[in-house]
Structures are given as C-alpha cells and as structure tokens.
Design a protein around this ligand. Structure first.
Ligand code: GLA
Ligand code: GLA
Length: 670
C-alpha cells in the first residue's frame, strides 16, 4: 500500500482551500495566516475542473502551478484533489445522456455540483482523463503528499434512474445472478406475478404505484454503490500510473445512508471522513463519537483522517447554530482521541459567493480580529503538542454490529412499524455504552469477532445465514452477545428465513418469536416490576433454552419474556424484545443502561466507574483523552502521567475543567 502516514511529523491541520475563488493577492495573505495558525495540510482543487479544463481537451494549469508552488515554498503540504464532483458546464451541455435522473424520471438540473449519472460512460472518460492529467503534472511536486479523489461520492447523486443506469444495472444483475431463473428465485418474483422472462425486462426501482419488489430495491442499492466505486477506482488507477502517494476520497460516515462503506473500505489507502454535527441535537458529541468510531472501524482499526468538519455553524441546516465556547476544540480533540490523525475543516477562508457563504471557516468573514480566529490559532498550537499521538491505536472489548444493507432493508416500505428504525436503535445502544464509558468498535456481522468480549446487535433486521453462524460461534467460544428486537428476520434478498422468527438467531438465543406486537404511536409497555419501560415494540417470545431475565408486565405480551439470557457453549446470548432507552429525560439513567451494565459485568468488560456521563474518556495508545462536556469540573481518579497540553504532572488523578479537554501521556506502568 502506498505510504501512509501522510504527515510523518504529526497531526495534520488545515482544510479545504479554494483559492480559485480569490484574486492572487489574497493567496499571499492566506499562506501567511496559514502559517500563523499552524496549518500544515490543505485540500486543493476540489472544485477546480472548469478552470483547469475550460474547454474539452484544453488545459490551463498556470493558476494551479502558482498556488502549489507558493504553498510548497511556505512548507504547507497539499492534499491534491481531482475536481470530478463538479463537472464543467461544457461537459453537461455536450453530454445530455450524463444527466442525473430521479426516481420519478425528472432530469435533475445543473447550476450545482454532483448533477451527473454515476454510470455515464462520458463522465467516466472525462473524469479519468482529468485525474490522469493532474497526476502526470504534479506527481513529483514536493508539496503534494496525497491525493483526494472526487468529493463525497454519492452525497447528492447516490442513485440515478436513467436509461444508461438501467442498462448498467442489467449487466450487473447478469454478473450477480447468472441467469434470469436464478434472479427470479432470489427475488421471489412469483409474488404478485412479477416473474421476468429476461434481464432486459428488469427496470430500475423507479417510482412505482405501490410496494415494489424489495429485493430489486436492495440490489439496486448495491449496484449503485458499485457504480461509484468503479468511478473511484478508475481515477485512483489513473493516478497510480504516475504516483505512489496515498489516495483517499472523503467518506460521510454515517450520514450518507446509500453508501455501504464496508464495500468501500478496501479501495482507499487511508480512510478519510467528513463529519458535521447536527446542531439542533442535544449532546451531538455522542453522535460525533459514534461517527468517529465507525470511521475507525471502516479503516480496520488503523488511524484515519478527519477530512472536514466545521469551526462553527454550517449553512445547510434549518437553524445553523454556532458552536458553543470550546466546542470546536472538544470536537476536534474527540476525533483525534478516536483515531484521527488529522483535524481538517471545510474550509480555510469563508467564501463570498454561492450556496455556502454563511458556512463557517477557519478564517471568517470578520477576519483575524475575531474569537473564532484566535481559537483556530490556539488549536493549531495544541495539535503540535499532540504529534506523538499520531499513528497510535485504540483497543475495544465491545463491538456493535453495523450493516448498511440491513439499514437499507429496514428503511424499505411496509415494515411492522415505522417507528423501529435502524439508526435510532444503533444510536440508543451506542449512547448507553458511551455513557458507561465503554469504548466500542463497529463490525460487519460476518466479520471476525474473536477480539471482542461482547457483541451487540441492535435491530439488525437483515442477517445472512453466514452472519447468524458467525454470531453463534462467537457465543459458543465464550463471547457475550446482546441482540435487540427485529434482528435476523430476513436474508440478503429480504426473504424471511424459514420457520419462526428470528430464523438465523433462534438457536443462539434459545428462543423463537411467535408474533410481533408493535405499539401504537408513543405507546409504552412495562417491563419487569421496577419501572422499566419499553417503547415501539412488543412481541411474543417463546423460550427454547433461554431463561427470562425480565417479563413484560403490561401490554399485549404481559407475562411473557421481555429480556432473556441463554447460556450456550462457553458464552451467553441476551435478547431484548422491546426498545429500551439509554436515558430518560434530563437526569435519569435509562433502562437500557441497566440491562447493558449487567451484560458488561458478566462479560468482564473493563471500564471506569463513578464518572459523570458528561465526561468522555478514551485511551489511544499511551494517551488518555478526557473531554468534559459538562458545566462542572470533573476529577478522574487513577490517572498518572504528564499532561500533554499543559505539562501538568498527574499522580493518581486528573481534573478536567468545565468544557475542557485534558490529554495525559500515561506513565509507563499505567
Ligand atoms: C388488498 C389487496 C391484496 C393485499 C391486501 C393487503 O386487499 O387486494 O392483494 O395486498 O390488500 O392488505
Ligand atoms: C461537504 C462538502 C463540502 C461542503 C461542506 C459544507 O462536506 O464536502 O464541499 O459543502 O459539506 O458543510
């Protein structure tokens, strides 16, 4: 694999830089201020295609030559982008068949980015050409240290429904299913009499009058991911003809549902990710932590790069709340704590034009006499101190199952309840573990689980037979398993596993489910005798080896099991037949924490006790990161070592100020 790390001397700091939006005089000020802020890496040229190739086959690299030379001579390294997420207007005008088409058959207009069809052969040729040209010209330039292909694949054009896409889909189906009889069998097309006579009769899942073949929809989702990956590979390989520098593309984990990043993981030399807080959400830092953990997991546990986040408000949410004092710093260091070797932003200088002029930047419209700029400079200085963290790894004893295919499948129409959502359940389990200060990895359900004491399966509706066997082996070998309701119901074609629910998990859980009894909107159901409350879901569990830990004490399944436990081989499998919450109201521990605490204890998962759950705690290599999201200082016992940011010596405890972050290089015996 081409050489990673990208910046051997430490944590990369900087962001997207769009000098083409500014006259050249401004570039000199940019570079001077970048140095003042400690910027050492910028992503350049992301939206530069129309200037680099003003007419088809006519190139003008003069401006890019000058800016790369200027950056290089100032010691600022370049993550050089291919500009292919925003094709030039001439491309769009010349190739109407490349235009993006939505499910209803509308042709999506230009005047924006991402408005091309991912299966377009004209796009393929043009994007490969410009990527190769850039690589040929800049491969040996001393400023260029990595390649940034495209920008956010699948963000706005995840799936196209044009005729070119339909043809490409048919080829993809021939490859996957072999012959049309196999396709009919896999998709269950005898249902509603939809048997295909040939691949040519298959249409993409365009807008249909009523419920559409769900297996068709899942295959289209897979096909569409593969179309984007093919575009990436073509550009990456064009670059590799000239350069052996690392190639990345910025993912959007976990906020781009149509992209299956397990499928993407092996394609990039270094995983990079863009993450934006949902500013309207209370405690958004928990979702940030989840995104970072999932990104690290997609990177196979290796360090990764935070390619974009924001210094303050974004421009695309309904109410673009500014970050609170210290929040940019907490967010940045939390990403580093969870495995990022960079803190990069969209963008360097706030832009004056177009859709994103109200998006925050490192250098705001107000200029350097601003609180934000002072925070940016201070963060740059702190990151220099954190150089020894680069490259180090994170150990987790608990894994959460995350499968994009199951995510898609659970979002399809006509499920037992619209309230049972994949993200909602994953986030509930993640949050409960976060509040218990447990570090988690995410895993695909068929991945090697041997490193984990405990595996959690939050409503993984789609589970293949192989994945079911994998979870079974994990328990037999001594692992703990927690499964939440509506998991293991269907296979990869959205076909219900034979027999009673949950087909591939009956044996490991020691039970079956006779019937689902989803609750009315906002309905709740009592669980046990001590006030636990389930939402969304109830179901009739029939024990076949498992024991009842708690029974439903109300609702349609009163008197029947709600939480069960099954000893199998050397391990234990737990089942939760309703939706429990990690937290109730402002201050009350949720019921899910009580259940998970019991499993964590049984599994012997190590974790600190007695800390407030506003304190985020993460160990990365020899470093302990303590991020205080609360309004009171917190003293963490059992910490000995040296404060990296303040030089403080800690002998047995560390106190983290309200809203502050402390990073301790642990003493050798810690
Ligand atoms: C209608 C249709 C049936 C079936 C049911 C489901 O009555 O005629 O084919 O789809 O709805 O409720
Ligand atoms: C994405 C894009 C950037 C910019 C930001 C704004 O991450 O990659 O170009 O649009 O969103 O938040």
């Amino acid at each position: 694999m081409p050489g990673y790390p990208v910046l051997p001397e430490g944590i990369a700091y900087g962001g997207d830089y769009n000098p083409e939006q500014w006259p050249e005089e401004v570039w000199h000020e940019d570079v001077r201020l970048m140095r003042e802020a400690g910027v050492n890496l910028v992503s350049l040229g992301i939206f530069g295609w129309s200037l680099l190739e003003p007419e088809e086959g006519v190139y003008d690299f003069g401006r890019l030559d000058r800016i790369i030379d200027l950056l290089g001579s100032s010691g600022i390294r370049v993550d050089l982008a291919t500009p292919t997420s925003s094709p030039p207007t001439w491309f769009r005008a010349a190739h109407p068949s490349s235009h993006l088409v939505d499910r209803a058959g509308h042709v999506i207009a230009g005047g924006s980015r991402h408005s091309f069809c991912p299966s377009s052969p004209e796009y393929a040729a043009a994007s490969e050409r410009i990527a190769g040209r850039l690589a040929a010209r800049y491969a040996g330039h001393r400023a260029v240290v990595m390649w940034h292909v495209h920008n956010e694949y699948g963000w706005a054009n995840a799936r196209c429904y044009c005729e070119t896409s339909a043809e490409a889909f048919r080829d993809w189906l021939r490859e996957r299913h072999g012959d049309v009889a196999a396709l009919n069998a896999a998709w269950g097309t005898t249902f509603w009499g939809l048997t295909y006579g040939s691949f040519d009769e298959v249409e993409p899942p365009r807008l249909a009058p009523v419920g559409q073949l769900t297996a068709l929809q899942l295959d289209y989702a897979r096909f569409s991911v593969d179309a984007h990956i093919a575009n990436f590979r073509r550009e990456r390989d064009a670059i590799r003809r000239f350069s052996d520098l690392p190639v990345t593309t910025n993912f959007m984990i976990p906020n781009c549902e149509p992209m299956d990043y397990w499928r993407w993981a092996g394609e990039v030399d270094v995983v990079s990710n863009d993450h934006y807080l949902d500013a309207g959400r209370a405690e958004g830092h928990i979702e940030l932590a989840m995104a970072a953990d999932l990104t690290r997991s997609v990177a196979g546990g290796r360090p990764w790069m935070l390619m974009e986040h924001s210094t303050g408000a974004v421009n695309w949410q309904p109410r673009n709340l500014a970050k609170r004092p210290g929040e940019m710093r907490r967010n940045s260091l939390a990403h580093v704590a969870r495995g990022s070797d960079s803190v990069l932003f969209f963008q360097w200088r706030a832009s004056r034009y177009g859709a994103e002029k109200f998006h925050s930047a490192m250098l705001p419209h107000a200029g350097t006499d601003s609180e934000l700029w002072r925070d940016v400079v201070a963060l740059g200085a702190e990151l220099r101190e954190l150089a020894p963290v680069r490259g180090s790894r994170i150990e987790a004893e608990v894994a959460l199952v995350w499968d994009w295919e199951s995510y898609w499948a659970l979002e399809l129409e006509w499920r037992p309840s619209v309230d049972l959502r994949f993200r909602e359940r994953v986030e509930a389990y993640y949050e409960a573990l976060w509040r218990e200060h447990v570090t988690v990895d995410f895993v695909h359900p068929a991945a090697d689980l041997s490193a984990y004491r405990m595996v959690v399966v939050p409503s993984s509706y789609l589970l293949t037979e192989a994945a079911g066997k994998n979870l079974h082996r994990h328990v037999e070998a001594g692992g703990h398993l927690v499964v939440s309701c509506f998991s293991g119901i269907v296979d990869e074609n959205d076909t219900i596993h034979p027999g009673a629910y949950p087909g591939v998990l009956r044996d490991v859980l020691g039970l079956s489910v006779e019937e689902f009894h989803p609750l009315p909107e906002n309905g709740t159901v009592a669980v046990g005798d001590d006030g636990l409350t389930g939402r969304i879901w109830s179901e009739r569990v029939r024990l076949a080896g498992a024991r009842t830990v708690r029974a439903f004490t109300g609702g349609p399944d009163a008197g029947h099991p709600a939480v069960t436990r099954h000893e199998l081989g050397a391990g234990t499998a737990w089942y939760v037949a309703t939706a429990l919450d990690p937290r109730v109201g402002q201050d009350t521990d949720g019921d899910l924490r009580a259940i998970l605490r019991a499993v964590l204890d049984a599994a012997g998962v190590s974790r600190p006790r007695g800390l407030p759950d506003t304190l985020e705690l993460l160990r990365r290599g020899r470093h302990l990161f303590l991020v205080n999201h609360g309004d009171e200082p917190v003293t963490v016992p059992g910490v000995s070592g040296t404060g990296v940011l303040d030089g403080a010596e800690h002998a047995g405890s560390a106190t983290v100020p309200a809203g502050g972050v402390t990073v301790v290089e642990l003493a050798p015996d810690a």
